[in-house]
Design a protein. Structure first.
Length: 293
């Protein structure tokens, strides 16, 4: 694959579906670097890793979570991923256990060829995460990069439509989602992950691309869903769903400018413009500043 032809906003996205092992941080990072190298070799320019890709997910207690967490961006994991981004000339979004003083966050870092770009901290904590982490305090930043405007969400954040709407209103072309999806109550065996349906709807109703990198495996009796996907701004899959149980990379070739260019569905309708902001607040009552959309 190559990014030298076509539109300047056309890129290959890779979602790495891997199985981190809780507590095996060095091995997890080493594996992630191998997968990043393979994705870059295959032409990917934007690479997404799962939630808590360096530490694993099912912590026994806060002490274990704290021991596995690192400061961002000065920690060893971020440094290793930064070096990989520089070496391969790629952008990386990866989930990490972040330590800020004595506070822990379920976070994701955005890194590029020039180094560290920014951090997103998970806003909506799921289940036992509430015992280890604090809710995110950085809002929903949209990062302006040479490949486009990038937003980030983590797993349970995607169950709240505000997550994607607030990033769309700031002009995000794509939201990258490091995630650890688990089966949903009432889900029959073999049914597609509920998350796939949610992300198709979010991509369609906000006219943005969404790239979800899930994990696989069973960790301390918790099964994970796999089924990583890359969704077009039209709401249809560009790549995936991946398998439920295999480590693999899915690739999607997209033109990120389509998120803006194709937002007009016909001569009458544009999904963000048509909002009834005379009835409800344009920015959902948040202090986030309107961006280009």
């Amino acid at each position: 694959m190559s990014d030298t032809s076509g539109s300047q906003s056309e890129i290959t996205i890779a979602c790495i579906q891997m199985e981190p092992i809780v507590g095996a941080k060095q091995a997890n990072v080493a594996k992630s670097l191998e997968w990043i190298g393979q994705a870059a070799l295959d032409g990917a320019r934007l690479i997404v890793l799962p939630e808590l890709a360096n530490s694993g997910y099912v912590f026994r207690d806060r002490a274990e979570a704290f021991a596995l967490a690192e400061e961002v961006p000065t920690g060893e994991t971020t440094a290793a991923w930064v070096e990989a981004a520089r070496r391969h000339d790629v952008y990386i979004v990866a989930g990490i256990a972040e330590r800020a003083g004595t506070t822990l966050y379920n976070a994701a870092v955005l890194l590029g060829p020039s180094g560290y770009i920014g951090t997103f901290r998970k806003m909506h904590l799921w289940a036992a995460e509430n015992l280890f982490f604090e809710p995110g305090d950085l809002g929903f930043p949209v990062f302006k990069t040479p490949i486009g405007r990038l937003g980030i969400a983590i797993c349970y954040d995607s169950w709240f439509h505000e997550t994607f709407r607030l990033q769309a209103l700031q002009g995000a072309d794509i939201v990258c989602v490091p995630t650890n999806w688990v089966p949903i109550p009432g889900q029959e065996p073999g049914r597609p992950a509920m998350a796939n349906i949610l992300h198709q709807a979010a991509a369609h109703t906000n006219s943005m691309f969404i790239a979800c990198a899930d994990r696989v495996g069973t960790e301390r009796e918790q099964l994970f869903e796999g089924q990583s996907v890359i969704v077009s701004c039209t709401g249809w899959f560009v790549a995936g769903p991946a398998s439920r149980d295999r480590e693999e990379i899915i690739y999607g070739r997209v033109d990120l400018a389509d998120a803006r260019r194709k937002r007009n569905w016909n001569e009458f309708n544009q999904v963000l413009r048509d909002r009834r902001t005379d009835v409800y607040d344009e920015m959902l009552g948040s202090e986030i500043k309107r961006g280009w959309y």
